[in-house]
Design a protein around this ligand. Sequence first.
Ligand code: SF4
Length: 274
Amino acid sequence: MEIKIARDAGFCFGVERAVEIVREKAKKGKVYTLGPLIHNPPMIEKLEREGVLPLTGKADVKGKRVVIPSHGLPPEKFTEVLREADEVIDVTCPFVKRAQDMAKRLEREGYTVVIIGDSEHPEVKGIAGNLKNSSLIFSCAEEVPQSLPKRIGIVCQTTMNISRVKEIVALLLDRVEELKFLHTICNATAARQQALRDILKEVDGVIVIGGKNSANTRRLYKISTEEGKRTWWIERSKELSGMDFGGTGKMGITAGASTPEWVIREVVEYLKRL
Ligand code: SF4
């Protein structure tokens, strides 16, 4: 079987940075992440063995060395962690911090802030929570109301799909007097999607590697299946055992932004042994 790995696949800059920082910190004793650090079970298991442990729900941070995850935190939670934790390890991705700062800038300039993103996503809660006034949050065109403030300033969740953003902005343009758009979308997910599209023309099937809880991996799987390719979504190489790849002369490989390079390598090595 011939194998073609997508040009952009696996760890993005923000995830790689976060993992490197916490691993270094864990060498000096256990650290606790607020929720899973990334959406990739094999990597989370590896990190747990190295002393990076996820805290769930309302777990107590008192006296612990606590990691602020790459998607950031709303300020009230941040303040609680600062007050209670023994040490705060902030690995908020610089692109997420930039989105928070841009939203604050729009507010200072007198705009009502609109965040294009998923209102339940911790990153969006973090951007909204950092503002003095309440913001408007839209994840799709259907959510945009007829009546809006006269002056709006827009930022986006860093992983938003650009086509969806364009649809929403087009509607807003018709319904307000003044609109300012600050581009806060991170290129990492778009680059992975484009790299997959580029190899789809030349492969017979695709293996998508990434956590089943990873939204950007799900998008890669969707792109491949919508193009009519036989597609397998796995989290780790051992899931390949017993799968039927008959008729797949050339296999494409892609991976979500939380998938480490060693997991991709294991999958490639397994396929080469077939
Ligand atoms: S996807 Fe972009 S914004 Fe999110 S962690 Fe990765 S680099 Fe940062």
